[in-house]
Design a protein around this ligand. Sequence first.
Ligand SMILES: [Fe+2]
Ligand SMILES: [Fe+2]
Length: 362
Amino acid sequence: MALAERTPARRRVLLASDRDDHSEDLANILENLGDVERISTQDMPDSPAGRYAGVVVDIDLTSIDSVRAIRRKLTSRTYQSLPRLFVLADGVRLESIQAWSLGATDTIRWPFDAEDILQRVRASFPDIAGGATSAAQALDAGIAAANTVMVKIFERLPAGTPLTLDDVMQAELKILKALRRTSLREWLRAIDKHHNRTYRHCLQVTGYTVAFAQHLGMREDDQRRLTRAALIHDVGKAYIPLAILDKTTALTPREEIELSKHTQIGFDVLKSHGEFPREMLDVVLHHHEMLDGTGYPDGLKGQEIADLVRMLTVADMFTLLVEERPDSPPMSNADAFTVLESLAGKLDMDMVRAFRPVAYGA
Ligand SMILES: [Fe+2]
Ligand SMILES: [Fe+2]
């Protein structure tokens, strides 16, 4: 047998488009990763298996005809395992809902940001990363896995698809490996451009929490528990209006109260699913509690707050200080750490001190 026949075919990206206006630009960007096959939705092949790393869908998601045409293909058995990215052109919420209902692995926005798109494609289409180093592949796989959990929490859960413990656990090992093989800095850089503020927050908290657990040399099993807890800690925000979550100016006192309900809502939702361990429910409900009893929702004090929750609270508060906020510019890592140190009595100071290298290393 000739060598050429034994070499597996190079994976291509399928670009399904009925938008001639901007698909040309998109095809040019995607060609940085490999061959791009651009076709109309009518001409999509019946059996893509093994031939494509994934499909990028650039159609008018507000058109019933366009959506109907592609739904037939994407929901067929032969497309089931193919990752898919959707272009959202107008920022209309309907587009986003359609994309997720068609099984989106992720979405990209028009106007296009080439670097952001390439990062998302690599994360969503693992097979395309043929030339990348294995560390970069581990990072992409970890981010893709974490992002999938975010989609399940923030898109599918409020639409009625229950989140399962297995959904969360499936992502843990890939996230731990990504941070072990690369670094917290690389993890944060990779998620820095995520278009969704709430996803970005949860992915940052996950990065800081995992790096904290790995820095402390915690057992693999404990690292996994913390990864799990970080991923879902803000699950209740899936039920908070986007007008509050994405607000670009300071929240009013009434909006602050609305937002603070995410702890109780998240707890109630996961508890109703019946399979989440008590310690995960505890993190969801109590990650805004303070040791002096000034936190919410239960005003717990001291020993009433579990160690797992305390660790998560340190990573969460640090993230809240260094991330982009509507009411004030992000703080430097050093300034944010100084704020944590000033919260003696509220935060566990042993944990804050242990967190210092993580805070400064990022
Ligand atoms: Fe929270
Ligand atoms: Fe949070």
